[in-house]
Design a protein around this ligand. Sequence first.
Ligand code: ATP
Length: 303
Amino acid sequence: MITSFDRRLPSGHVLNGKWNRNRYEVVRRLGSGANGAVFLVQREKTEYALKIGFDAVDHQSEINVLADLSGREGAFSGYLKDVDDVLIEGETYPFYVMKYVRGVSLRDYVRLKGADWLSLAGLRLLSRLNELHKQGWIFSDLKADNVLVSGYGEAELVDYGGVTAKGRAVRQFTEIHDRAYWHAGSRTADEGYDLFAFAVLCLQLAAPDAACFSSRMLPQNRSVEVLLEEVRLQPACRPYRDFLRKALLGQFPSSELARQTWKDAVYGIKEKPAGVVRSLRWLHAGFAASLGIGLWAFYLYLT
Ligand SMILES: Nc1ncnc2c1ncn2[C@@H]1O[C@H](COP(=O)(O)OP(=O)(O)OP(=O)(O)O)[C@@H](O)[C@H]1O
C-alpha cells in the first residue's frame, strides 16, 4: 500500500523526535498497512524500524504491548527503542522505534528456498509464539506477511498490532487464519487460536492453490473438515500431517507441547536406514550367540 508518507518521507529525510530529541534518517520504506507506515531508519550508524501510527488509540495499544514485552527477559527484550511524536508538514504524528528485523516474508522465504525450509522456520516461529504465550499474550493476527525470515529459518514476528491479552476477545485478525471464520472455535485469545492460525499458514504455504482458499468458497461450506481433508490430500503436508490435524482440532493443551511435537515430527528419527538395521541384527545375533556359549561353558564348569 502506498501512503502519502512515501512522498513526504523520501530516503535521506530526517525525522526529529519532539520530546526525546532523537534524530532518525530515513533509509527506505519497509511497508505499510492499516495501522501505520514502517521505515528503515538510521541513528548513530545503527539501523532501526520506525513506525508512524495512523490511529492514536491503536498505535498506543501496540506500544503498550511492546513496552511490556521489551521490559522482560527473553527474545523480545529491548525490542522497543523509543516512543515519540514527530512534526511532518505541520501535522503531529506518533511514532515508535523498534529493532529492525532482517528477512523476507515467510511466503517469499518458502518460495525462494523450497518447502523443506518450512520445518526450520516453523520451529523457530513456534518458539516465538510460545515465548509470547508464556508472557500472557496471544499474537492473533498470524499470517505470512507478519513473519520475516532470514538465514537458516530464523523467523521473527513483526506487527504487534493484533496482540491481545490471554482470555480477551481477538480484535485484529485475517479471515483465512481466523478460527471462527472456519467455524472451528471462538475468537477468544488463547494459545489454540495462534496454533490454529499457524496450521492454516502451513497449509497455505504447502498448497497455495488448495480449493479451500478459493474466494468462491461459500460461507456455509467453511469448516474445519474442509481444512483437514486438504491436509490429508496434500503431499507437501505429509511431514506435519499429525501436527496440523491436532492444531486445527484444538487438541494441543499448550504451544510448548505443540513446539515439541513439531520438533519431534520434523527431526525425530523415525526409522533407522535399512543398512543400519541389517548390521544391528547381526550384532544382536552375535551377542546372543556368544552369551549362549558363555552360559553353556559356565554350566559345564559347574557340573
Ligand atoms: N521491526 C520490523 N523490521 C522490519 N520490517 C518491519 C518491522 N515491522 C514492520 N515491518 C515491515 O513493515 C510492514 C508493515 O508493518 P505493520 O504490519 O506493522 O503495519 P500495519 O499497518 O500494522 O499492517 P497491517 O495492515 O498488515 O496490520 C510489515 O509487513 C513488514 O514488512
